[in-house]
Design a protein around this ligand. Structure first.
Ligand SMILES: Cc1cc2nc3c(=O)[nH]c(=O)nc-3n(C[C@H](O)[C@H](O)[C@H](O)COP(=O)(O)OP(=O)(O)OC[C@H]3O[C@@H](n4cnc5c(N)ncnc54)[C@H](O)[C@@H]3O)c2cc1C
Length: 388
């Protein structure tokens, strides 16, 4: 078993870290205080070719026939070290684009994937509704066929990148009585379809909003996948992207630990650095071990996906997502405690990380839903009784 990254992967990690150190961390407090997209950083990321890792080679990307989960995890771990807003824009872009990658027609892929690979266009995936969050299959936005167009009505919520997206993968039901089997995915193009975006603020800001659909017309050829197969499109996308949420949580936790080590080495109380107190060392050891475990979980799930070793990575992907996001919350909370009162001062960095670490336990399926999935997949592995 080889735990080493390839030379290309090592170079990618170093390149993203360098970019984050130079262009993101020095103004992370500003970037993460508003939901305005830092376009100059996006441009640098585009010039570095980072968006290409979301897209297969045939459409201008770097993925061999698919999205590269390992590279995505490497990139997200480094981006989230710098700014959760920069990471969120990049990653939620991947949610929209990956749905097109695995379920789009040749024409759809040729039209939408190359600009995303170049960083000229951001994508969005809009599944959630006010009454359909964890139970996404209960969504009630309707789609009715009228000649050569589908007409959508309803309200979506929590659509990340919705204000700026050049393409939105949106989900509606063609027949509510069919439950999940009525759900259909559509490619909504703002240059073709009319809809309203109502932005709102969250604890750690990023571009997020409600999408109001009032007789919104989408051309028939913009159905993504088959009519009635939209729920599968969404689940297939989340299955793969969830691993990278775990990787982002690892990056955030690692940064919190890095700056806290510096802090406890230099902060003198009771005549010596905090780092020399055994209770501090106990916490440092716990956190470093947990971060290491989380990193191995995410990289393993990503490797499983890229190597094709396993047809489904649902189990490992959900495990990595829930465990790493919960782990990051524990780590950031412990780190903040070690900063004392400075941990909550707005001029110091820990409060920013404390706000940033909360949402990943919710989006792309909450911790509770990941555990439901893990238990379901686990039970499938035990079709026969195990003798005691
Ligand atoms: C910052 C952010 C960005 C997001 N971006 C997007 C996006 O780009 N696109 C998109 O479509 N959505 C997005 N979401 C929505 C996100 O996926 C949902 O918030 C999430 O799935 C939970 O749904 P909900 O908020 O309606 O909570 P609910 O489903 O109402 O859940 C409330 C609580 O009940 C628990 N619960 C629910 N069902 C069960 C159960 N069976 N067993 C035990 N506990 C349960 C949940 O775990 C949670 O703790 C985003 C959310 C956030 C916070």
């Amino acid at each position: 078993m080889n735990f080493e990254f390839t030379d290309e992967q090592k170079a990618l990690k170093a390149k993203v870290r360098d970019m984050v150190d130079k262009h993101v961390l020095p103004r992370a407090a500003k970037i993460d205080s508003t939901s305005e997209i830092p376009w100059d950083v996006m441009k640098i990321m585009a010039d570095m070719g980072l968006f290409k890792f979301l897209i297969p080679e045939e459409y201008g990307g770097s993925g061999k026939g698919d999205l590269r989960a390992l590279e995505l995890s490497i990139i997200r771990e480094e981006l989230s070290r710098g700014s959760c807003q920069v990471d969120a824009i990049y990653a939620l872009n991947g949610l929209g684009s990956y749905s097109i990658t695995h379920s789009g027609t040749e024409d759809q892929k040729k039209k939408y994937l190359p600009p995303i690979a170049k960083g000229d266009m951001l994508a969005c995936m809009s599944l959630s509704e006010k009454n359909a969050g964890s139970d996404a299959a209960a969504l009630s936005t309707t789609a009715v066929l009228d000649g050569n167009e589908w007409v959508l009505n309803g309200e979506k919520i929590f659509a990340s990148n919705s204000k700026v997206a050049g393409v939105i993968v949106i989900f509606a039901t063609v027949d509510k009585s069919k439950g999940a089997h009525g759900i259909t995915a559509f490619i909504m193009d703002p240059t073709i379809s009319k809809y309203e975006v109502r932005p709102f603020q969250v604890l750690s800001p990023h571009d997020i909003g409600e999408i109001i659909l009032k007789d919104t017309r989408i051309p028939k050829e913009n159905v993504l996948g088959e009519v009635g197969h939209g729920f599968r499109v969404a689940m297939k996308t989340l299955d793969v992207l969830r691993t990278s949420v775990g990787a982002a949580a690892v990056g955030l936790a690692q940064y919190a630990l890095d700056i806290t080590i510096e802090r406890v080495k230099s902060r003198i109380q009771f005549g010596k650095p905090l780092a020399e107190q055994q209770i501090t060392q106990d916490r440092l050891a716990d956190m470093a071990t947990e971060i290491n475990a989380g990193r191995l979980m995410t990289l393993y799930a990503a490797w499983l996906k890229d190597s094709g070793t396993r047809k489904s990575v649902t189990l490992e992907s959900s495990m990595a997502k829930w465990w790493c996001t919960e782990m990051a919350q524990r780590v950031v909370d412990k780190c903040l405690q070690m900063w004392g009162g400075y941990g909550v001062m707005m001029d110091y960095p820990m409060q920013r990380l404390y706000r940033a670490v909360r949402a990943p336990r919710l989006y792309e399926g909450t911790t509770e839903i990941q555990k439901v999935i893990v238990a379901r997949e686990l039970l499938k592995l035990y079709p026969d009784p195990v003798k005691a």
